[in-house]
Design a protein. Structure first.
Length: 708
């Protein structure tokens, strides 16, 4: 797949399709829940239009995100970013909540200093009257905090004593790269900031530069790098090049920069603006310890200086690294390389899940554990890691009933009317949820063990499955990272490979292992055939269930685009979701931000709703409506229901009129709240119906939600 499309800079949270979205989605009698009659089709129960009150509840799993103040692990954060230690307090940029939080390191009490949870904006003001839009890094001059307000492209000042917020430099929502004073200056996605009490140093990430701000006047200049020109060259000032630098720290003589997309640590002599590479090799990522260029990092983010040592939050390697500021020698001090988790422990026994921000007082290192929604503390001597605030632990693989169960990146969901079946992508398993009781079991695959083996139940192995559908007798799985289509007998749990060759990417039509796929995501069935959203090929493929024969129904492999047309004249752009009513296919054409229709008999492709290249959240009819990276789609035969992933909403599309409405969630407002109009989702991806209710794989919350 064109993985670069899962951009480093999508809004936090798809900043972070992050770890989840970059891992996504005959006829027989059946009975829906509650005695609703229907027909098994497309992996759902169809035939009776749904009558919903549009109220949502958490059906299985337990999100541990939120914005609650409290003591220690009773508090809640939502994707915390930057962190600063000042005296006996920590200050945290609670990025997903759009707030600045304060935690006493003595009592563990967490309070909100400025901003209002879940309410983004750019207003100056005091305390909860102020608004931020994805605050990132934090620095201080002892009396004030200085915050990079990423979504507003500004630098904000927060008076610690009062919580008063003002804008020091930049202009809200006006991105650019101009030097200047105060609101005349422009930034583009500034991620981090450091202070030497006279100046601020800003990682102006989207501009590939390091900027300097005079605290007293708000005057902004460019210290190093050239705006809008990425690269990895060492040099002086504007002759140097960076690639999305996202972390910056200072020892008052030098700046240390996490040059994120170069996977390196850079060093800037402040007096001369001379830039050198301290550790890592540009554009070569990995987890290797070593000296200088022999070491490898994977998307490093936060940095903090402690005397002669630099600590690095090596974001995608899930570790904390130490770098000698003179020697460039790199060692891993905590976390398991590329092994995400939430376990406390000493050194490499501890686990993080995308660590972001770092701060140190010389005794302890404080880490914002971004996807664990928590604050961790690591003793510098002994590297003992403990969780001091927030509720890490919503990820997991535990079976159980409702809130006791745990998922990790649930993506696709289907139903036979009695049970739900989920592609639990990061666990590499297929999960089952009994609709009547909410009891969760694992019928196939083994959590934490990826592979391609066929076999019975937990002997079988999957590799990042994202799509699943059923005809009531079998499950059919889009085993995304193995590039195959798998078949699971519901009664016996026997797993076999129906089509594709494990580990072989391609677009060949053929039968069984002679055919090839490229990151298949969505899958549906009419009982005779399977239809696959072959995302990496930007095509819709057809698989004859009885023979495993694969043909390309619509789109042209490797030729992505937006065109309507017949068969290979049509174009899709990384489609993730697909469903059918037996006559037509309905496709969530994810990177086109549209819903497409494919008439099976004629292979004709038309655009049902949305406009290619125009992401938004507008309700309306047909092309007047807008979606934002929709990933999942299901139907009751009359309407489509869409998991509009990056809008964090569930949308309804009337098939006959093409009218689009939002039935649950708040556009652009992530969260986990149940309820009616107040319901919130976090990167919902998969969706199905049992003929009475909708069920949503709420991937970012690691929960299954029910809309009734």
């Amino acid at each position: 797949m064109r993985r670069s499309r899962a951009s480093f800079f999508r809004p936090p949270f798809l900043l972070l399709l992050l770890p989840i979205l970059a891992h996504l989605s005959a006829c027989g009698g059946g009975g829906g829940a509650g005695g609703v009659a229907g027909t098994q089709m497309g992996g759902s129960i169809q035939g009776v239009p749904l009558t919903l009150a549009n109220a949502a509840q958490t059906w299985a799993g337990s999100p541990l995100t939120g914005s609650a103040d409290g003591v220690g692990t009773a508090s809640r954060f939502f994707r915390p970013g930057g962190v600063l230690k000042l005296g006996g307090d920590l200050y945290v940029a609670d990025t997903g909540n759009h707030t600045i939080r304060r935690m006493s390191t003595v009592t563990g009490k967490v309070t909100t200093l400025a901003g209002s949870p879940g309410s983004s904006g750019s207003a100056d003001g005091t305390g909860s009257a102020a608004r931020f839009d994805g605050p990132g890094g934090i620095a201080t001059d002892g009396s004030n905090l200085y915050v990079t307000d990423i979504g507003n492209n500004t630098i904000r000042r927060v008076t610690i004593a009062t919580g008063q917020v003002t804008t020091l430099a930049g202009s809200p929502a006006a991105s650019g790269h101009q030097d200047g004073t105060g609101s005349a200056a422009r930034f583009y996605l500034p991620y981090d900031v450091a202070s030497d009490l006279t100046y601020l140093y800003v990682a102006d990430t989207g501009n590939h530069t390091i900027r300097r701000v005079t605290i007293a006047t708000g005057q902004v200049t460019t210290l190093a790098g050239l705006a809008e020109v990425s690269g990895s060259a060492d040099g002086v000032g504007t002759a140097a090049r960076f690639s999305y630098p996202a972390g910056v720290a200072t020892d008052l003589v030098n700046l240390y920069v996490a040059d994120t997309e170069n996977h390196t640590i850079r060093k800037i002599a402040i007096s001369s603006a001379s830039v050198t590479t301290l550790a890592g090799t540009a554009e070569e990522y990995g987890t290797a310890d070593g000296s200088g260029a022999a070491a490898r990092f994977h998307s490093p983010r936060g940095v903090a200086v402690d005397g002669s040592d630099l600590y690095v939050a090596d974001y995608s390697s899930q570790t904390i690294r130490k770098v000698g500021t003179s020697s460039g020698v790199v060692t891993t001090v905590a976390g398991g390389a590329e092994e995400p988790g939430s376990a406390d422990g000493a050194g490499t026994a501890a686990r993080f899940r995308y660590p972001w921000g770092l701060a140190t007082d010389g005794i302890d290192l404080y880490v914002t554990d971004f996807e664990n929604h928590s604050i961790r503390r690591m003793a510098i001597v002994g590297a003992q890691v403990t969780t001091v605030a927030g509720g890490a632990g919503s990820f997991g693989s535990a079976d159980g009933t409702r809130a006791a169960a745990r998922f990790d990146g649930p993506y696709g969901v289907t139903t036979d009317g009695t049970s739900l079946y989920l592609a639990d992508a990061v666990n590499h398993t297929i999960r089952k949820v009994a609709i009547s009781t909410g009891t969760v079991t694992t019928p196939a695959g083994l959590a934490g063990s990826s592979g391609v083996s066929d076999g019975l139940g937990t002997v079988a192995r999957f590799n990042g499955p994202r799509g699943v559908t059923t005809d009531g007798t079998y499950l059919y799985v889009a085993d995304t990272d193995s590039h195959t289509i798998r078949k699971v007998a519901i009664g016996t749990r026997e797993v076999t490979t129906l089509a594709g060759a494990a580990g072989t990417e391609g677009s060949a039509d053929g039968t069984g292992g002679a055919a090839s796929f490229r990151f298949p995501y969505g899958i549906t069935t009419d009982g005779t055939n399977l239809y696959v959203a072959d995302s990496g090929n930007c095509a819709i493929r057809k698989v004859v269930i009885s023979t495993g024969e694969v043909t390309t129904l619509a789109g042209s492999a490797g030729s992505c685009g937006t065109a309507d047309g017949v068969g290979d004249a049509a174009r899709f752009d990384t489609p993730y979701g697909v469903t059918t009513d037996g006559t037509d296919l309905y496709v969530a054409d994810t990177y086109n931000h549209t819903i497409r229709r494919v008439t099976i008999a004629t292979r004709e492709v038309t655009t049902l709703a949305g406009v290619a290249g125009s992401p938004d959240s507008l309700d309306g009819v047909g092309t007047a409506a807008r979606f934002y990276l929709p990933c999942g789609v299901t139907t009751d035969g009359t309407s489509l229901f869409v998991a509009d992933t990056y809008n964090m909403t569930i949308r309804k599309v009337a098939i006959d009129t093409r009218a689009v409405s939002t039935i649950s969630g708040g556009a652009g407002i992530p969260g986990s709240a149940d309820g009616g109009g107040a319901a919130r989702y976090y990167l919902p991806s998969g969706i199905t119906t049992d003929g009475a209710d909708l069920y949503v794989a709420d991937g970012g919350n690691n929960t299954i939600r029910r809309i009734y």
